[in-house]
Write a protein that binds this ligand. Structure first.
Ligand SMILES: O=C(O)CCC(=O)C(=O)O
Length: 412
């Protein structure tokens, strides 16, 4: 997509709903950033034009923008967020909420921590009863093993350790979102206000996910596919993930780890020819960052963590037991991603009401897109190539081991 408007024209067009005087003030404030020769104007324009046309709702959008993700470094994504924040002024999220609200000093401290380090752990946890309700509801949710595509019907004690990979993720995010407590979390004002402050614009809900991790294999290939090697997410220009521990997390059951501040300075630390999505070894990153930047997220059930996962992060391989994690994601703009849409099917009236009050936050909810997605899913071939490739690999490894044993026997 080639930008056709100037940056200022695109901004004015996008901010049509804002009072003209406020647009002039915003432009005045933004001019020093906009006139910075280091900023990539065309990239910012492209985001704004995509906002104007809604091109991120087309299947071709992802192909056209995927290669541009590295362009959006911290400063550029900040500028995009500032522009979006002026075009769609932030709201104040309110309501009862599912987590205990923060006192203003604690809110300020948490907000500052997220801003400076790219993550924060909320002072209050999600209460045990709510966690348990979510866990109980998971026995009716379908999961998919990341490495092999095996479908697992429900998170149940007898399934947990029998999966054919290290992690098993929700297969249809709508099904997971239908759990009322997940909707309460997704619309919790304390969480949303913190995310909005970090982004500087209204957050758009784009993910509701859940997965568990076990100790299955430590091959590099499995750890790579299962997000257990350091990587960055570059899902959108800027976005925040909310992680909630649905069981206690210790050093043994695969705590999440994050390199504090790396969302801001990753470009100074990546190897030559680095590409987004590349996995980086612990040794390499330890040579780049001081040890106190590596943060291990242990915590009791209900611990809530907000994180800008465009910084380096990974799940630690599980040694014993398993870890069950819930995840929500919010972005500043749908630009750059195929962003799976949700529908309103099966959601609570309270949540649907909340959605009506916050149209931008819910712009990724759309029945027709969701129905198209479901139709595509139903047409999935019966022969699952990923699964067959995995089985052939296991067979190859088995033959390799057999060969080695035979050679050993012969040489004995
Ligand atoms: O399992 C983990 O802690 C890693 C998750 C992850 O990489 C992600 O959600 O982007």
């Amino acid at each position: 997509m080639k930008p056709t408007l100037t940056l200022e024209q695109a901004f004015r067009e996008l901010a049509r709903g804002v009072e003209p005087a406020a647009i002039e003030v915003a432009l005045e404030q933004l001019r020093p950033y906009l006139s910075d020769p280091a900023i990539n104007e065309a990239a910012v324009q492209e985001v704004l034009e995509s906002e104007l046309s809604g091109s991120y709702f087309e299947d071709s959008h992802f192909k056209a923008t995927a290669s541009k993700k590295l362009l959006f470094d911290y400063e550029l994504s900040e500028l995009v967020c500032r522009l979006l924040g002026r075009a769609f002024p932030p709201t104040s999220f309110s309501g009862p909420g599912v987590i205990k609200p923060l006192e203003s000093a604690a809110a300020e401290e948490t907000r500052a921590h997220l801003d400076k380090h790219g993550f924060c752990i909320l002072p209050h946890r999600l209460d045990q009863a709510t966690c348990e309700e979510i866990v109980r509801a998971l026995d009716r949710v379908d999961f998919r093993v990341k490495a092999t595509s095996e479908i697992v019907r429900g998170y149940q004690p007898q399934n947990v350790n029998r999966i054919s990979g290290n992690t098993c993720w929700v297969d249809d995010q709508q099904q997971f979102l239908q759990i009322p407590q997940v909707q309460q979390l997704a619309s919790d004002p304390t969480i949303l206000n913190l995310i909005q402050d970090y982004l500087g614009c209204i957050p758009i809900h784009d993910q509701a996910n859940c997965w568990w991790s076990i100790n299955h294999r430590t091959s590099r290939r499995t750890m790579k596919s299962d997000a257990q090697l350091y990587h960055q997410d570059k899902d959108f220009v800027r976005f925040v993930k909310v992680f909630v521990h649905l069981n206690d997390v210790t050093d043994e059951n695969g705590p999440h780890t994050y390199i504090a501040g790396s969302a801001r300075d990753y470009l100074q630390h990546v190897p030559p020819n680095y590409s987004v999505g590349q996995r980086l070894d612990d040794d390499y990153l330890q040579s780049q960052y001081a040890s106190d930047r590596f943060v291990t997220m242990r915590g009791e059930q209900g611990t809530i963590l907000l994180e800008d996962t465009s910084g380096f992060h990974k799940g630690t391989p599980v040694q014993r037991g398993h870890r069950l994690m819930l995840q929500l994601e919010y972005c500043c703009s749908l630009y750059g991603s195929p962003g799976l849409s949700f529908s309103y099917d099966g959601l609570t009236p309270e949540y649907v009401d909340f959605a009506k009050q916050h149209p931008r936050m819910f712009m990724n909810y759309d029945n027709s897109r969701y129905l198209r997605y479901i139709a595509k899913k139903r047409k999935r071939p019966l022969v699952d190539r990923k699964r067959i490739r995995h089985q052939l690999r296991l067979f190859g490894e088995y033959l390799g081991r057999l060969g080695a044993n035979t050679r050993l026997k012969k040489s004995a």
